[in-house]
Design a protein around this ligand. Structure first.
Ligand SMILES: COc1cc(/C=C/C(=O)SCCNC(=O)CCNC(=O)[C@H](O)C(C)(C)COP(=O)(O)OP(=O)(O)OC[C@H]2O[C@@H](n3cnc4c(N)ncnc43)[C@H](O)[C@@H]2OP(=O)(O)O)ccc1O
Ligand SMILES: O=C(O)CCC(=O)C(=O)O
Ligand SMILES: [Fe+2]
Length: 359
């Protein structure tokens, strides 16, 4: 039963029980119509978004993928990956219907009763590859984040058929499959920019051997200015392909100081960002850049990132082609699953994860 509205979560264990153990998530809190934000979601002042740090006149690049092989387009992709770590693509090969269907599927999953979603929680899921959760790493976080998610690690169609929730399975699989073409185009261009001209099977597996899709749900928040949707972090992927809805709220760190740039929603576009694995493999030429999501007081928001990764058992480090050309490596070789575990076992902490691989 939901706690009463009088002072519902004066006791933090009641909050943990309702949000985490019973699987109500922050969606459940939001739908109770709370007037005040529970204390555990109040972020320290330095982690809240300050409007004066937003640069309104700057934008991350928008790249037309219809001529992706044109040297000028290829250069703009490599430049964006080096300078901003983020860009948006338009006129790519992922059909807009596929994107619309995966957004509908996201709403369908989060619309399920808490007890159904909770079957996929860390405690109840029959596999580590399917996980429904809230915030980022609640055991490690002093202040929680205002977001629920479903995380789906792809192993095979058979496993997805057996384990993924039926309300979103087909749509997520289709989104992943249709995105592969654009992922390969981007990786081909980015490797060429490093003078790595051939992507053989081993290299392809190292760059994109595993994929994880998250469905993110950010419900309406009673005091959005006191909390965050997602705190400052860089992704641990090679590349992330992010579908966002029309609400907005994703900010990327600008090139100077404590400045943040909004990523405006563009219908049919996909946001692309470099993850830590590519920063490490490119020996720092391409940059994984900090980003964060604000909470919203008026509208629910969803996003659907595909994290394109090495395989858990791969060793990652600066690519041999770069080292052979005389470049001094700035990162060591690390086991990718060790890197990812290091990321998941702490709260979001900006760009600190990458220190794990520094020489
Ligand atoms: C959730 O909010 C997020 C997420 C993100 C994500 C950004 C990314 O870039 S995700 C891409 C990560 N790469 C991969 O998943 C590919 C490689 N995969 C692996 O190496 C492994 O599958 C593994 C992720 C390391 C899990 O391996 P396993 O052997 O099952 O290890 P465990 O011991 O079970 O887990 C280790 C540790 O991580 C926590 N965890 C595992 N999966 C998830 C998940 N999907 N979401 C959140 N946390 C996860 C798990 O609880 C363990 O922690 P303990 O404290 O319990 O030990 C960006 C921003 C966000 O806000
Ligand atoms: O929701 C978004 O726009 C971004 C989410 C994000 O950064 C992530 O899931 O890693
Ligand atoms: Fe992210």
């Amino acid at each position: 039963m939901a706690p009463t509205l009088a002072d519902p979560f004066s006791d933090s264990s009641a909050l943990t029980d309702f949000v985490i153990n019973q699987g109500n998530g922050v969606k459940g809190l939001s739908e109770m119509g709370l007037r005040a934000l529970p204390k555990r979601y109040i972020q320290p002042v330095e982690e809240r978004m300050c409007m004066t740090n937003i640069i309104v006149q700057e934008f991350i690049p928008i790249i037309d993928m219809s001529k992706w092989e044109d040297p000028k387009v290829a250069k703009s992709i490599c430049d964006a990956a080096s300078k901003w770590g983020f860009f948006q693509i338009v006129n790519h090969d992922v059909p807009v219907e596929v994107l619309e269907k995966v957004k509908d599927a996201t709403y369908r999953f989060f619309g399920l009763p808490a007890e159904v979603k909770n079957k996929y929680s860390k405690e109840h899921s029959s596999s580590n590859n399917v996980r429904f959760g809230t915030s980022f790493s609640p055991q490690a976080e002093k202040a929680l984040e205002w977001k629920d998610y479903l995380s789906l690690f792809y192993v095979s169609e058979e496993e997805a058929s057996a384990l993924w929730p039926s309300v979103c399975r087909e749509q997520v699989l289709d989104y992943m499959k249709k995105s592969e073409v654009v992922i390969k185009q981007l990786l081909q261009v980015l490797m060429k920019g490093l003078h790595v001209n051939e992507i053989d099977e081993t290299k392809e597996s190292l760059l994109m051997g595993s994929m994880r899709t998250n469905l993110n749900y950010y419900p309406i928040c009673p005091s959005p200015e006191l909390t965050v949707g997602v705190g400052r972090h860089s992704d641990v992927s090679t590349l992330t392909i992010l579908l966002q809805d029309e609400i907005g709220g994703l900010y990327v760190r600008g090139n100077q100081g404590d400045n943040w740039i909004h990523v405006p929603p563009i219908k049919g576009s996909l946001v692309i960002n470099v993850g830590d694995a590519l920063q490490i493999m490119s020996n720092g030429r391409y940059r994984s850049v900090e980003h964060r999501v604000v909470a919203n007081g008026r509208k629910n928001r969803i996003s659907v990132p595909i994290f394109v990764n090495p395989r858990p058992g791969d060793m990652i480090g600066p690519l041999p082609e770069l080292v052979a050309s005389g470049e001094k490596p700035i990162y060591k070789q690390v086991l990718y699953s060790d890197y990812v575990k290091h990321f998941f076992r702490k709260a979001h902490d900006g760009k600190k994860t990458v220190e794990f691989a520094e020489l």
